[in-house]
Structures are given as C-alpha cells and as structure tokens.
Design a protein around this ligand. Sequence first.
Ligand code: GLA
Length: 393
Amino acid sequence: MNHWKLLSGLLGIIILISGCSKEKTSPAETSQAASESATSKDAEMNTGNEFQLAIQSEPYGTTTDGQEITQYLLSNEKGMSVNIINYGAIVTALYLPDRTGKSENITLGFNSLAEYEKKGPYFGAICGRYANRIAEGKFSLDGKEYQLAQNIPPSHLHGGEKGFDKKVWAAESFSEKNEVGVRLSYVSPDGEEGYPGKLTLRVVYSLNNDNELKIDYTATSDQATPINVTNHCYWNLAGTGNILDHELVLNCDRYLPVSDIAIPTGELAAVKETPMDFTSAHKIGERIAQVEGGYDHCWVINSAENQPAFCARVKDPQSGRIMEISTTEPGVQFYTGNFLDGTEASGGYDKHGGFCLETQHFPNSPNQPEFPNTILKPGKVYQQTTIHKFSVE
Ligand code: GLA
C-alpha cells in the first residue's frame, strides 16, 4: 500500500485522465481528475467542497478471454472513495482519511486484472453461489443429490472452481442526490458449478456522504437452489502492517464450533469465557494464539428481526479509523488472513495482513437443516443488505 501511495503521488492524475490505469486511484486524485476531466459521462458533481459525491468510470483491463473490464470510482464529500470492478464485483480499493486527514487504502487487493484472474484469496470479491463451505460438496434437494466441486478437498468453498468472484458481471452506475453507486448483475446458468437452477443475482454497491458503503443483494431462481452470497473484503484500517492491534466488537453471544476441516458441528456455543468472546472490545491479537490456526469461524449475530442488525465494530487505535457493520444476515465469518503468506499469490501481504468480516448464512446449511434456511425457491426473492459505516475517532 505504501509503494502505491508513493507511485500515485507522481503518476496518478496523469494516468487517470489518460484512462489506462490498472492501478488503484485515490480520492484526492479522483476528485481532482473529476473536476479536470469533462470526458466521464458518469460524473455528476456537487460544488463548494474539495471532495464531492461522484461516480466515474475508467477502463480497468481486458480478461484473458478478451472481455473489457471497467472500474467504477465512487467518492463522497468526506474524502472517502471506493473502487469497484465488474470482474468478480470486486472492491479493489477503499480510501479513507485517518484522524489527521491522511488518506490510505484500507482494503487488500491486487494491482492488475491478471492477478485477480488467478487463483487467489478472494480479495474484495462477491463469493457465491454458496460462500463458505459445503461438506463434501454434496447436498440433497427435493429428493435429488447434487455434487459440487470439492475445491478444498473434501469440501466445496466459495462457489467452486469458478465462483462469482471469477465472473464478468453486467454493470451500470447511478448517481442520486444522496448516494452514488453501481448495480452489478450476473446470471448463473442452470448446472453451473453443479448448482440447480438459473439464478439471477443483482448486487448493488452504494456510497453516501455518511461514509456508508451499502451492499444490497437480490436474487431469483427458476429452480430451488442453495444460495449464500457475501463480500470477501480484507480490511486493514491502518493501511499497512498487520491487524493484530485492531480492536474488535462482535454483537454475537454465540459462535459455531467446527470440525478440523472447518465444518460446523451443529452446536451454537456460548462465546462467554472463551477467546471467541468479542461482546466487549478486544484486540484481535490478544487471544488469537489460543485459537488453532487463527480465527476463521462463523459467529451468530444477535438478531434484529430481518432489519439490518448491528454486527461488528472494528477500530485501529493508531489511525483512529473505525468500521461498523450492520446486516440482515444471521452470521458473520470472522477470518484473520491466516493463509496469507507474503507470496505473489497473497498479493505480497503477510499472515494477518488483513481481516474479513463476511456477513452470511451459516456454513454447510444445506446439510444442517436446523440452521437458518438457505434454499431459494422459484417465485421467491433472496434479499440481503450489509452496511459498512466508516468514521474516525
Ligand atoms: C474464507 C474461509 C477461509 C479461507 C478464505 C480464503 O474466509 O473461511 O478458510 O478459505 O476464505 O482464503
């Protein structure tokens, strides 16, 4: 991230205006380039502020099979900005000022489309059709057995060999008085990755001047199918180093204990007096050594009857940056980047270089009928919302 800041200081504006950037674009650059460029048909600017609520787009790259990918640059009056591409519906960067006003990218990502196309840690992506694990990649529905890819043998993970994170999505930007955003949609054909039914999914990312990044998910299917869609951003509110000093609160009295291959046992266990207890603020690193392999578990959110319920609050004491999450989902997978290893495949990020809070249904629900339902039936609409609100203290 530091290398990008340095580079961007020298090159960013010129690259953005020329429209050939594959690198991340920061809010200051976005704002300045927006006011200088008359070419972006998406730009809609307010006046009288250094930063403005605006959306722009720029070419991001071409996939190996020749499809052109666009990057959308959402920015607001507070100097926050979010970059999203229509490959994998990936959040490639999110810039947020710290308590001194210094802006940094606080989400992990690669620098090129080519890297996103390779097998990776799902940086910033929308995962599905079923995010997280399905035991042995198998489930039965209406008396029929389905076999999915066992892409982390023997389990199915994040939709299989080529999940939604590796698809090209249709996209259109929008700009309203109080928010800007991008609507992404993807039609997953019947039988894709072994799943039944043609699924039509829409994901809408929007940003407002309250520093809220909202993700709305809507889906329908022509056959009954399991569905569990999430965003897989890795966060590092410091913009550098590891996340062990970040302070976390989870609005969760229970979590799901798992087997040695991370399949829930079925128990909803109390977090009280365990290292899983984040009902009051704890540093992520405080008890992580007591959890084999690091945190990679699903917590049960204390619910608010289908309204977005408060899920999590994370604070980086150094920068003062805070992220609060609320969601309609019943669970959240808290993952501490345990498999990041500093290699190219990890984008150069080291272990614990970022954490994920993936709001979702419980892993392996299609095989654990006592868990909240994940089967979408024809004629019904799947609808979920997750809001990330950012601030500084
Ligand atoms: C999820 C899983 C982790 C890991 C990451 C991707 O968060 O729970 O076990 O697979 O995705 O590396």
